[in-house]
Design a protein around this ligand. Structure first.
Ligand code: NAD
Length: 358
């Protein structure tokens, strides 16, 4: 397969971690007989420095012309004092909206080898957990009608949650399709005991579930889900939920893994083209020191292979290599914990270990 991948390295540790992921993808291409053509484009602070804008049109056009996009991270203190429209972070919303990305996939996996990193007790996490949150990204209360008005107690502010059947169906499909590539279980999370929008959400999800008889389907109220994530995260495979509930639950889920440098994410739309990125930021405090953990970005590359290109064997090979490297005891500084007997690896050393296993 010949595939075009746009690289948005961004700022801070972005260039280091994207370079690591590219090396891993190149190795996979060689091993499995593919050709990946990588083209870098500017985004974030470095784009402001070069062009005055955080998201130049050339970057948008380049991403649109690619089969998929790999992003590092944007932002840093250098650009913090700039106004809203020219801030680096503005580019993230811009590129997601330009690519029409309405599905956000956030895996939260606790590797057995990193069990100590989780704030949860051993008896809860056992030998680790592996769940995927599918969050609706472009609808709901973050995009609903809003404003100020005169109410019973004087001036009040309001935001509205609205979901159409079309929006619910398309995010639901993304969740069921993802579950088919995993352990075939979907839990839809809503607040159907209170919210009208949640009742439509639940009814639509139930109807959709009939098209996926192989998938075990359940639903759960969001308050219970927040509890269940810390009480028994192993019960979940794929969680599907609205924009706001997903925003909150995905942060909770990443916290219980205890290691921000390990977590990948994907944003997808109607086409196969997606945007893949680590969940962490540009970590300006460690930029340029070759000590960043590249694994979240390497695993974002694996997600790209799986979800945009249907290259499952290739994605498995990357994920298995990361598992193996951790099992062998290799750690970057952020995941070394309190074990003083280990020497932390740098970003390029960790990348070499992964390449060697592949
Ligand atoms: P951050 O995620 O960049 O860093 C938080 C902490 O985690 C820091 O101590 C950092 O060193 C550490 N860390 C993060 N990634 C790591 C990795 N791969 N390996 C080792 N350690 C890692 O969050 P922040 O400090 O709040 O934000 C820094 C900048 O990043 C800000 O400008 C913010 O706006 C931006 N940001 C960008 C994105 C994005 O591009 N998607 C997301 C979040 C924050």
């Amino acid at each position: 397969m010949e595939l075009k991948i746009a690289l948005l390295k961004g700022d801070g540790i972005g260039p280091e971690i994207v370079d690591s992921a590219v090396m891993v993808l190149e190795k996979i291409a060689k091993k499995f007989g593919h050709t990946f053509i990588f083209t870098p484009y500017l985004i974030g602070g470095c784009a402001i420095d070069e062009t005055g804008m955080p998201l130049p049109q050339e970057t948008v056009d380049g991403c649109m012309a690619s089969d998929s996009v790999l992003l590092g991270a944007v932002g840093g203190p250098k650009w913090d004092s700039l106004g809203g429209d020219v801030r680096p972070e503005k580019a993230l919303l811009g590129i997601r909206s330009a690519l029409g990305l309405y599905t956000n996939l956030r895996p939260a996996k606790l590797y057995p080898a990193l069990r100590n990193a989780s704030p949860l007790k051993d008896e809860i996490v056992g030998d680790g957990f592996d769940l995927l949150i599918v969050r609706e990204l472009t609808g709901g209360i973050y995009f609903g009608e809003r404003g100020l008005r005169e109410g019973r107690f004087g001036t009040e502010a309001f935001d509205t949650e609205a979901y159409s059947i079309t929006e619910i169906e398309r995010i639901g499909k993304a969740a069921f399709e993802a579950a088919m590539k995993r352990r075939k279980s979907v839990c839809s999370i809503d607040k159907a005991n209170v919210l009208e929008s949640s009742r439509l959400w639940r009814k639509t999800m139930h109807e959709l579930s009939e098209q996926y008889p192989e998938v075990h389907y359940t639903d759960m109220l969001v308050d219970n889900a927040a509890m269940q994530l810390v009480r028994d995260p192993k019960q979940f495979d794929v969680i599907v939920t609205s924009n706001m509930f997903g925003d909150i639950l995905s942060d909770e889920a990443s916290q219980i893994t205890g290691s921000i440098g390990m977590l990948a994410s994907a944003s997808l739309g109607a086409s196969k083209r997606g945007l893949y990125e680590p969940i962490h930021g540009s970590a300006p405090d460690i930029a340029g020191k070759d000590i960043a953990n590249p694994i979240a970005t390497v695993l974002s590359g694996a997600m790209m292979l799986r979800y945009s290109f249907d290259l499952n064997k290739e994605a498995d090979a990357i994920e298995a290599a990361v598992d193996r490297v951790l099992e062998e005891g290799h750690r970057t500084a952020d995941i070394i914990g309190t074990d003083k007997s280990r020497t932390p690896l740098g970003c390029s050393e960790m990348t070499k270990k992964i390449l060697k296993v592949i």
